[in-house]
Design a protein around this ligand. Sequence first.
Ligand code: NAD
Length: 260
Amino acid sequence: QLQGKTALITGSTSGIGLGYAKALAEAGAAVMINGFGDAAAIAAMVEELGALNGGKAAHNGADMSKPEEIRAMVAACGDQLGAPDILINNAGIQHVAPIDEFPDDKWDAVLAIILSSAFHTTKAALPAMKAKGWGRIINTGSMHSLVASPYKSAYNAAKHGIAGLTKTVALEVATQGITVNNICPGYVWTPLVENQIPDTMKARGLTYDQVVNDVLLDKQPQKKFVQVEQLAALALFLCGDAASAITGTNLSVDGGWTAQ
Ligand code: NAD
């Protein structure tokens, strides 16, 4: 389905991003993954992805908080695998604290990695997509692109920002064969969620089980975590011709969270 296409996926050495990379590689796309982690573990991921698509996989360790590194990553993707036809902006971090105690550096980091990085990747990748008259930009937003939860001011601001960026870019390229959409997951069981449990315990004075059942899944009506594979399947659908009229949207995959 995606033979001859190249996908660049930010924040894809773990969790949802790695799920997207596997699905796109399985469909035949060349994939460049990005993100941090143990070098041997990342090499194994690249090998595993290459086994799915005939060896067209690479990793770039650019820090999504650094615009120069982002631009260099998009250029390196062009050199190594071809200019990205599919760009997935997925890198993200979380910090949980009341706003009057929210560390300035955490605010800056969350905004840079979630929101500004998507601006820089999109800006760098769009010219080649326009030249080819085909492109897919998929942002990983969140239910927090649409509604808020307390103690996540930077994350909610950045994810609402991604929703606005999605709509804006979609309008700018609407006649050029390029679609831009924002996938909005509810809680997905990944390291990002697991790692915020201790801070949420502290901020709310709760036990581990209380955080899982009464905070995380409290507003997720299906009472279960979204699966990485379910998001990957949607991303794959968005890359296909059947989805070519879907653009500028927030697509909720949240077990009913935002129905409330
Ligand atoms: P994760 O922690 O498993 O993966 C995050 C990835 O981003 C990792 O590969 C990490 O190395 C990378 N990363 C972090 N900082 C980076 C930086 N400065 N530069 C480059 N890469 C960096 O998280 P996840 O749960 O898979 O989240 C992926 C995306 O999905 C995020 O944007 C997150 O906000 C969003 N999301 C997650 C959930 C959830 O419940 N897990 C829900 C809604 C939205």
